[in-house]
Design a binder for this molecule. Structure first.
Ligand code: FAD
Ligand code: NAI
Length: 465
């Protein structure tokens, strides 16, 4: 008889942890997953990807009706906002999906240990006062909002909020100030702008969406401005005071200079997220974190302590649900003695605004630093489906190695960019050249034809421009 309670104990049931637990159980390992939240699914299902997409989807319909896009197609309606029902469908989506994970745990015989886990040694953790010993422990504790000094979040009050509070506002704010022009600021800023708020976005850098391709960042800024979001770039918030039901923000140029004040009904703090390791007692296991608070691992997701593995937002790399999931599968497979691999060069990222913004692989700037490149670009305005659907904004850009023609990166701004980027990721995973994409037959009329034409443009030969 083994002295271990489990072959695998996963800490955290987000997309990294719950997927790792299910795969480990599928591979015949006795598995448990510790989760302190009342429902499974982590940030993503409870307060992240899923509820934000529920609000984005619903508010998009509202704007299509209120903003005249439907009328253009001969559908004349005067919409009335029922925010309680909109929140209700968001909560239903979360309930359905988190309950679904509980079902999958039961189906796969994964034990859910209810409570927050902390290490007492390298192979033992304490959960809800009980010691649990496991041969392998996977840390998948995710991340939480990075605080901004001088700007205190209080979701219950609903004036200065983080993404969780911004998903649940009881009424549409008159003026919403978003601090940080990243993914959360633009997605949740778009939700409330569509429902009627004036939105101002304050960004420390000289451009929004850091890490994305330069052309994409510029074009996205133009599109969001056209939609009515006001941007204050190269600006920092030094203080926020709540006075009654409003907040007064003090702003300064990022490089220093005269301060100004700005009043808001709601302030959303969205300046990034940081790994969750507080309370884990990592030192008891012989583990430590790097300068960014992350747990370092090797290519197989092993930490420097034998038997302890780490995945998802708590390790370096993009903080994305699908990256966490793929790492969860690969990590469980490695524990089972198989060869689990994640290609971190090909992780797509998507901003679910309208239009959507998506990319995979290198930006043009990064690709040029590595060598000579060829770039093909195709505007959505020249794509028959996008034009017919009244969705003229955006473009597709394919970046290929000048000598080998191998695709190094693909970037899209289009209504369905998040769906279009999947084919680019698959092509890159298979080592495709731009010619391979250009000679692949794409169904007509689809937005994806723009990917083919951008690939054709790499050699200067698109048809429709
Ligand atoms: P998490 O999902 O954070 O899960 C970690 C879990 O561990 C949590 O449930 C936590 O309670 C638990 N935990 C922590 N410490 C302990 C402990 N000591 N013991 C037991 N349990 C513990 N990503 C996308 O790819 N697409 C999107 O559209 C998207 N939208 C987002 C929208 C918002 C508003 C936010 C905030 C994030 C969004 N993300 C999105 C990011 C995505 O949610 C994360 O990348 C993903 O959830 C990370 O998964 P994870 O498993 O590493 O961690
Ligand atoms: P982010 O890193 O995307 O953007 C933060 C922005 O805030 C950056 O532009 C940064 O320059 C700016 N900033 C930092 N400090 C600032 C300051 N003091 N004043 C003004 N601006 C400042 O972080 P965000 O939006 O909070 O999202 C966190 C993470 O959640 C993302 O990195 C992403 O991985 C994940 N996420 C993913 C989504 C998706 O895949 N669609 C949706 C939402 C979140």
């Amino acid at each position: 008889m083994s002295d271990f309670d489990y072959d695998v104990l996963v800490i955290g049931a987000g997309p990294g942890g719950y997927v790792a637990a299910i795969r480990a159980a599928q591979l015949g390992l006795k598995t448990a997953c510790a989760e302190g939240r009342e429902t499974l699914g982590g940030t993503c299902l409870n307060v992240g990807c899923i509820p934000s997409k529920a609000m984005l989807h619903a508010s998009e319909y509202f704007e299509a009706a209120a903003g005249g896009a439907m009328a253009k197609m001969g559908i004349k309606v005067k919409p009335e906002l029922d925010l309680d029902t909109m929140h209700g469908q968001r909560k239903d989506a979360v309930k359905g999906l988190t309950g679904g994970i509980e079902f999958l745990f039961k189906k796969n015989k994964v034990d859910w240990l209810k409570g927050y886990a902390k290490f007492t040694s390298a192979d033992t953790v304490e959960v809800a006062g009980k010691a649990v010993r496991a041969k392998n422990i996977i840390i998948a504790t995710g991340s939480s909002v990075t605080p901004l000094p001088g700007v205190e979040v209080d979701n219950a009050k609903g004036v200065i909020v983080d993404s969780t509070g911004a998903l649940e506002l009881a009424k549409v704010p008159g003026h919403m100030v978003v601090i940080g022009g990243g993914v959360i600021g633009l997605e949740l800023g778009s939700v409330w702008r569509r429902l009627g708020a004036k939105v101002t976005c304050i960004e420390f850098l000289d451009q929004i969406l850091p890490g994305m391709d330069g052309d994409v960042r510029k074009e996205a800024n133009k599109i969001f401005k056209k939609q009515g979001i006001e941007f204050k770039l190269k600006t920092k918030v030094t203080k926020a005071e709540v006075k009654g039901k409003k907040a007064v923000l003090t702003l300064e140029p990022a490089a220093g200079g005269d301060a100004e004040t700005l009043e808001a009904d709601v302030v959303l703090v969205s300046i990034g997220r940081r790994p969750n390791t507080d309370g884990l007692a990592l030192d008891k296991a012989g583990l430590s974190v790097n300068k960014r608070g992350q747990i370092e691992t090797d290519h197989d997701f092993r930490t420097n302590v034998p038997g302890i593995w780490a995945i998802g937002d708590v390790v370096p790399g993009p903080m994305l649900a699908h990256k966490a999931e793929d790492e969860g599968i690969a990590c469980a497979e490695n524990i089972a003695g198989l060869t689990g691999i994640v290609n971190h060069d090909v992780i797509p990222s998507v901003v679910y605004t309208m239009p959507e913004i998506a990319g995979v692989g290198l930006t043009e700037e990064a690709a040029k630093e590595r060598g000579e490149v060829k770039v093909g670009k195709f505007p959505m305005l020249a794509n028959s489906r996008a034009k017919t659907n009244h969705e003229p904004d955006g473009f597709v850009k394919v970046i290929a190695d000048a000598k080998s023609d191998r695709v190094l990166g693909v970037w899209c701004i289009a209504s369905v960019a998040g769906t279009m980027i999947a084919q680019a990721a698959q092509a890159m995973e298979f080592g495709a050249t731009s010619e391979d994409i250009a000679y692949t037959c794409h169904a007509h009329p689809t937005h994806s034809e723009a990917v083919k034409e951008a690939a054709m443009a790499v050699t200067g030969k698109p048809i429709h421009i």
